[in-house]
Ligand binder design. Structure first.
Ligand SMILES: Nc1ncnc2c1ncn2[C@@H]1O[C@H](COP(=O)(O)OP(=O)(O)OP(=O)(O)O)[C@@H](O)[C@H]1O
Ligand SMILES: [Mg+2]
Length: 262
């Protein structure tokens, strides 16, 4: 089975240790969430995966490729929604998307079809010829999401994808992402602070603390464990709050003892 693997990864920025002995294994087709407080190292992890940063120590493999040596291959496999959506504000929606379709090497016919299909799916078809500059935060995020999905990547990296989306758009996106994972086997890695969303759609989670993976678990194993229950139901928020109060070494032991990462 193809995997994304981080082995003993360390990354520092000057005196700041952003990633500290990070171990992570994500399987093809999984919907995976990286959780953790602000500054825990989630975005840095995604940038390392893409080969945009070089680790100080350790090895990363993405479906057998090294993101540094084989950066172009890895990045071509990935669709990325970054924290700052990074659109060309003075271009129209269509021009923004077409520009990336060209970079991805899509034919004009294929790009036209795919762009129209996705604009329709995200309820943005009537905005196709408008300049991005005047768009709301959520609308820009949707355009950036379409851009990430355009070339049908095998891996989708979503940094805070629902931040700024209204509840209906959030639910819509959940359906779209679940379909991608189920029907096309897309591997989806997301960072988010929306724990309810994670509980609804993710297969597994890792909680990062000071750049370390302190807990890896599958949502189904957690649900079956009958722990972290609130009003009779499993609550990821309760786990997140509880885990905050215990030491890193103890949290890592919980993962191992539960075998909850299976
Ligand atoms: N380019 C950089 N230069 C210096 N420090 C950095 C850089 N990128 C990240 N850091 C530091 O690394 C740590 C991890 O940052 P990162 O952006 O990965 O956190 P995060 O988990 O994504 O947080 P958030 O939830 O706020 O997005 C922080 O202490 C941050 O200040
Ligand atoms: Mg971040």
């Amino acid at each position: 089975m193809l995997t994304i693997q981080f082995e003993s990864i360390k990354k520092t920025f000057g005196s700041v240790t952003a990633i500290n002995d990070l171990q992570l294994t994500i399987n093809e087709g999984e919907v995976y969430a990286l959780l953790g407080h602000n500054g825990a190292g989630k975005t840095t992890t995604l940038r390392l995966l893409l080969g945009l940063l070089e680790p100080d120590h350790g090895t990363i493999t993405v479906f057998g490729k090294n993101p540094l040596g084989d950066g172009d291959t890895v990045r071509r496999m990935c669709g990325v929604l970054s924290e700052d959506v990074g659109l060309y504000e003075s271009l129209t929606v269509d021009d923004n998307l077409r520009y990336y379709a060209d970079i991805y090497g899509m034919s004009r016919v294929e790009a036209n079809k795919r762009i129209d299909q996705l604009l329709d799916r995200f309820d943005l078809f009537d905005k196709k010829c408008l300049i991005v500059k005047g768009f709301s935060t959520g609308m820009k995020k949707k355009v950036a999401l379409i851009r990430a999905m355009l070339h049908r990547p095998r891996i989708l990296l979503l940094d805070e994808q629902t931040n700024g989306l209204d509840p209906v758009s959030t639910a819509d996106l959940r359906t779209i992402l679940s379909q991608l994972a189920r029907e096309q086997g897309t591997t989806i890695i997301m960072t988010t602070h929306n724990l309810e969303e994670v509980q609804k759609m993710c297969d597994r989670i890792s909680i990062l603390r000071h750049g370390q993976n302190i807990l890896t678990a599958s949502i189904s194993a957690l649900k079956n464990s009958n722990q972290y229950v609130e009003q009779g139901q499993f609550s990821l928020e309760k786990l997140y709050m509880d885990i905050e109060t215990i030491k890193t070494t103890e949290a890592i032991k919980i993962t191992e003892a539960k075998g909850a990462n299976k």
